[in-house]
Write a protein that binds this ligand. Structure first.
Ligand code: HEM
Length: 139
């Protein structure tokens, strides 16, 4: 009886923990919310003169799918990233700080539009910021 009780406690704690771990992912509306945010981000990026030229010949449908996976992983959701690494993907594209910041602003506008709480937005941006090192190839 005691053992069964202990097992139940462990199970309950494990569930509570799993719940806490994906809290950030849930604030983005899980997979449907994230898919909508990435769609809206790319609507912005493709109509933003600061970023649009970079995507002239780019496979936008594939990028969006891979970005959903990648953001899901960063938000500690139940996903696996199956895309290429950031350095190789962005090599030779002349991405500088201005282009990077522009894309981040386009993402912020999409998060605002979809009601992502400010604190949750900042937690994602803090995870994206260090990626600049791999994405830029121009000062
Ligand atoms: C935090 C910032 C960024 C993240 C997380 C990100 C993420 C990604 C991902 C996941 C892909 C698809 C990888 C694959 O095909 O396997 C991709 C491709 C691409 N990204 Fe980014 N990206 C970022 C910033 C930028 C910026 C600032 C630009 C230009 C303004 C840009 C331009 C592109 C282009 C043109 C491709 C397509 C490359 C190709 O297939 O030839 N990215 N990005």
């Amino acid at each position: 009886m005691k053992l069964r009780h202990a097992a139940l406690v462990v199970l309950t704690l494990a569930c509570a923990n799993a719940h806490a771990d994906d809290a950030l992912y849930r604030q983005f509306g899980e997979k449907p919310g994230l898919t909508k945010i990435v769609d809206d981000t790319y609507d912005n990026v493709l109509s933003d003169p600061r970023t649009a030229p970079y995507f002239d010949n780019a496979p936008v449908k594939r990028i969006k799918q891979k970005l959903v996976e990648q953001l899901c992983v960063l938000l500690e959701g139940p996903c696996v990233y199956t895309g290429r690494n950031m350095k190789r993907t962005h090599e030779g594209q002349n991405i500088d700080r201005a282009a990077f910041n522009a894309l981040v602003e386009d993402l912020q506008a999409a998060m605002d539009k979809n009601g992502v709480p400010f604190h949750a937005q900042n937690r994602l941006l803090a995870k994206l910021a260090p990626m600049y090192r791999d994405i830029q190839d121009r000062e």
